[in-house]
Design a protein around this ligand. Structure first.
Ligand SMILES: C[S@@+](CC[C@H](N)C(=O)[O-])C[C@H]1O[C@@H](n2cnc3c(N)ncnc32)[C@H](O)[C@@H]1O
Length: 327
């Protein structure tokens, strides 16, 4: 056996073979980038969810340890069950990955060999009508990943200014008629406050449809925009990347799976910046910033899921994996 008790990678497409109930997105690719898993390998899984990726690492090496973080209490209950086999090699914490450095440093769980962020919502979140994430079901306009947080989608729709709503729809949903939609939201809330998903889907259809050929339905973009705002997803990602970089040992890896271009751009820019030497504006006669490269990018282009995986799990179609190593 190799260092850290490595076994041949399981065939993740066969649940029986992997011994897992939930097959994580791009599991083979993530495992191969994080390998080799040395003795006492430590992974911070910032989005532990149903424990899919963590389970792979903990099964792959008998001495690996995982600190799993999730802001969703329901997800943590599932992770607890999925990772029960690992006993004390796993620790689960309810919190946000934006504060992962504080959590790791505060508990002295160092050095860290890898940080994984598998962004976005989990299948149970999107498939639960009462969470309000999906345009497919009638439910409350909630969209909170952490039900202890005070900001719901309804609250944003009922209280934000028309200008702020337009900004959310444009910047987080890429909706071209963002001002038209914001105005319609405000007019409609004068009659009665926003509360249900169905009414918003209906409004998006009315306001945004106008014979356009779109690959993504307008209501889906509107829901994406609100979800990002409710959960401060882009701010979390910026803080999470910085925190991951702080706690990684030299040679440690950051792996991030993104599901839309806003997230992917933040990861790409962070990696590029940290992998660069001088960051001075062009035209200066000599470097005054003194910046040195601190990351080596291992995925020159983002890696997508295989055709086979997309066939089995269509949600993997938009997944993009980027990995970098701290130097
Ligand atoms: C796509 S799922 C992760 C699935 C997981 N990798 C698995 O294999 O089971 C994303 C998870 O990240 C969590 N999440 C999203 N943003 C978060 C944040 N800023 N901090 C902590 N957890 C977050 C969500 O609650 C959700 O459970």
């Amino acid at each position: 056996m190799a260092r850290g008790g490595r076994k041949p990678a399981p065939d993740l497409n066969s649940r029986k073979e992997s011994g897992m109930k939930h097959v994580p997105v791009m599991g083979n690719e993530v495992l191969s980038y994080l390998s080799p898993l040395g003795e006492g390998y430590r992974l911070v899984d910032g989005t532990v969810g149903l424990g899919g990726h963590s389970s792979l690492v903990l099964r792959e090496s008998a001495t690996a340890e995982v600190l799993g973080i999730d802001r969703d209490g329901e997800a943590l209950k599932e992770a607890e069950k999925a990772l029960e086999f690992a006993g004390a090699r796993k620790r689960l914490v309810r919190g946000t990955f934006g504060t992962l450095a504080e959590q790791v440093i505060g508990t002295g769980w160092l050095p860290v060999d890898a940080v994984l962020l598998d962004l976005g919502v989990s299948s149970p979140q999107i498939d639960s009508p009462e969470r309000g994430f999906s345009t497919r079901f009638e439910g409350p306009l909630d969209m909170r990943m952490d039900d202890r947080s005070g900001t719901t989608a309804a609250r944003i729709l009922n209280n934000s200014s028309e200008k702020d709503l337009a900004m959310i729809f444009r910047d987080y949903g890429g909706i071209r008629e963002s001002r038209k939609l914001a105005s319609a939201v405000v007019v409609r809330r004068l009659e009665r406050p926003w509360s249900g998903t169905g009414e918003l889907v209906e409004l998006c259809r009315k306001v945004l449809v106008a014979g356009r050929k779109r690959s993504i339905p307008p209501a889906t973009l509107c829901f994406q925009a609100l979800r990002i705002a409710v959960n401060d997803e882009l701010g979390e990602l910026e803080r999470g990347l910085r925190g991951a970089w702080e706690i990684l040992r030299c040679g440690g890896k950051i792996a991030v799976i993104c599901f839309h271009s806003l997230e992917d751009r933040i990861v790409k820019n962070f990696f590029r910046r940290e992998a660069s030497g001088c960051l001075c504006p062009p035209g200066l006669p000599e470097c005054i910033c003194g910046h040195k490269p601190t990351l080596r990018i291992l995925t020159k282009k983002p890696v997508g899921a295989s055709d086979d995986e997309v066939f089995r799990n269509p949600r993997a179609a938009s997944a993009r994996l980027r990995v970098a190593e701290k130097i």
